[in-house]
Design a binder for this molecule. Structure first.
Ligand code: ADP
Ligand code: MG
Length: 460
């Protein structure tokens, strides 16, 4: 089946083919015709299955007719994080280049005034994170009564981040006649309840869980005799030196570990950069850009920062830590072996990881994962014990104070933030009071202030 069979207009097909896609993915094949028919869609599919195009393409088709009115967006896409919202905006730009659709983005790190001016002129597509959207709404800057299509992307992640009450509220602010396209990788009871309540007779589209995807991923572990971080870092370097490692994502369980591992790799001459929720938006964007372009070979990441990011063609995934939640293992290794390509996943396993490792084996339904027979030598210099668990001051690239907040390439101080008069005070994707407790503390994406670097397309 080709894109031509889905009922899309020639100008959209042209943009799709110029994007380099020849065949729709299973979710696109199933969702696009239903959405074009005007049906609600409930799409259940893992990261990397092509969900974005499965809602942007039918939306572009529908919105190409008709005109937007001041402060009354015609469609709304809700995404859990700024990066994901920006990716959706990118997709609208790419596939909608032959349509004259207007678009605004309400996310942290993007000027309020610019986006507000766009809203005033009227937008066809409004892309937002839930907290930001409600901020604007509460200020009376927009009406949601003109919404024809509403999309909720990565719903289960919204749940993790405590956004479900916001989503419910937003649903209630939009007209009941809207078309709803709703996507989630999993369907926990809270998500099921929302879809039962707000979707009308949806086409339920479920694509195969990653058991099949994992077939293209060769998985290995490296057993270490101790859980000491310096030994783990030496083990990681061994793995990075394995033949054929082109690039890769290195997952750590904690943001502090992400920082330490990235610094340590840089010190050993590896081209690595950290990405996690405490880093400034501008720094994260720059890191992703560098990784996509190949300038950065290794991305050291936390789960929340990496889930759902559109990072093409990763040959290797490294689990520096065994993930605490077994399902994170699947998300992590799912960053490789995409679209039928071969991928490789490595994991460091220490005696302290027994329980978590067993949970992963159980979830995968296997007795064991291939254990590599590699000896890890720790350089004498590296044999620091307790002190090594924390980064030394010079390792963190700072003079004086030991806080990363003072680093210029990271989040701006609150004074920088206040200086930006156009920015609303509530510049945060705040977890609400009644946020789900499921969210892990270490991973709370406490949102930072305004980055100074904003990609051009966001400002246009
Ligand atoms: P998801 O939202 O399900 O995680 P994305 O929409 O971000 O997935 O797509 C994942 C990757 O696959 C992106 O790099 C995207 O450009 C690519 N992609 C999407 N659809 C196709 C297609 N039909 N053919 C080839 N690549 C595609
Ligand atoms: Mg997505």
């Amino acid at each position: 089946m080709s894109f031509e069979d889905l009922g899309l207009e020639p100008s959209i097909l042209k943009a799709v083919s110029e994007a380099g896609y020849s065949e729709p993915t299973p979710i696109q094949r199933a969702a696009i015709p239903e959405a074009i028919r005007g049906r609600d869609v409930l799409g259940i599919a893992q990261t990397g299955t092509g969900k974005t195009a499965s809602f942007t393409l039918p939306m572009i088709q529908r919105l190409s007719k008709g005109r937007a009115r001041a402060r009354m967006p015609r469609s709304l896409v809700l995404a859990p994080t700024r990066e994901l919202a920006a990716q959706v905006a990118d997709n609208f730009e790419k596939y909608g280049k032959y349509q004259k659709l207007s678009m605004a983005l309400l996310i942290g790190g993007v000027s309020f005034a610019d986006q507000d001016a766009k809203l005033t002129r009227g937008v066809d597509v409004l892309i937002a994170t839930p907290g930001r959207l409600l901020d604007h709404f509460e200020r009376g800057r927009l009406l949601l009564t003109g919404i024809e299509v509403m999309v909720v992307d990565e719903a289960d992640r919204m749940l993790d981040m405590g956004f479900i009450p916001d989503i419910e509220r937003i649903f209630k602010l939009t007209p009941i006649t809207r078309q709803t396209l709703f996507f989630s990788a999993t369907m926990p009871p809270e998500i099921q309840r929302i879809t039962d309540q707000f979707l009308h007779d949806p086409a339920r589209i479920e694509v195969a869980p990653p058991a099949t995807a994992a077939a293209t991923i060769s998985q290995h572990i490296l057993r270490l005799e101790t859980k000491a971080d310096n030994v783990k870092r030496a083990g990681l370097r061994k793995l990075l030196d394995t033949e054929g490692v082109k690039n890769g994502i290195i997952f750590c369980n904690r943001k502090s570990t992400v920082d330490i591992v990235a610094k340590s790799l840089q010190k050993h001459g590896y081209n690595a950069r950290p990405i996690h929720g405490d880093l400034a938006q501008a720094f994260r964007m720059e890191t992703l850009e560098k990784f996509r372009s190949g300038e950065t070979k290794f991305l050291v990441a936390s789960d929340v920062a990496a889930r759902g990011l559109d990072i093409p063609d990763v040959s290797h995934v490294f689990n520096f830590d065994v993930p605490v939640h077994a399902e994170d293992y699947v998300h992590r290794i799912g960053r490789t072996g995409r679209a039928g390509r071969q991928g490789t996943a490595f994991m460091l396993v220490t005696p302290a990881d027994g329980k978590q490792y067993d949970a992963i084996l159980k979830m995968l339904g296997v007795k064991e994962i291939d254990a590599l027979n590699i000896k890890v030598d720790v350089e004498p210099r590296e044999q620091r014990s307790r002190a090594d668990e924390r980064p030394r001051r010079e390792e963190r690239g700072e003079r004086g104070r030991g806080r990363r907040r003072t680093r210029p390439d990271r989040e701006p101080s609150s004074s920088t933030r206040e200086k930006n008069a156009a920015a609303p005070a509530g510049d945060r994707e705040r977890p609400r009071k009644n946020a789900e407790p499921r969210r892990r503390k270490e991973e709370s994406e406490d949102v930072v202030g305004l980055g100074d670097h904003v990609p051009a397309f966001l400002l246009r």
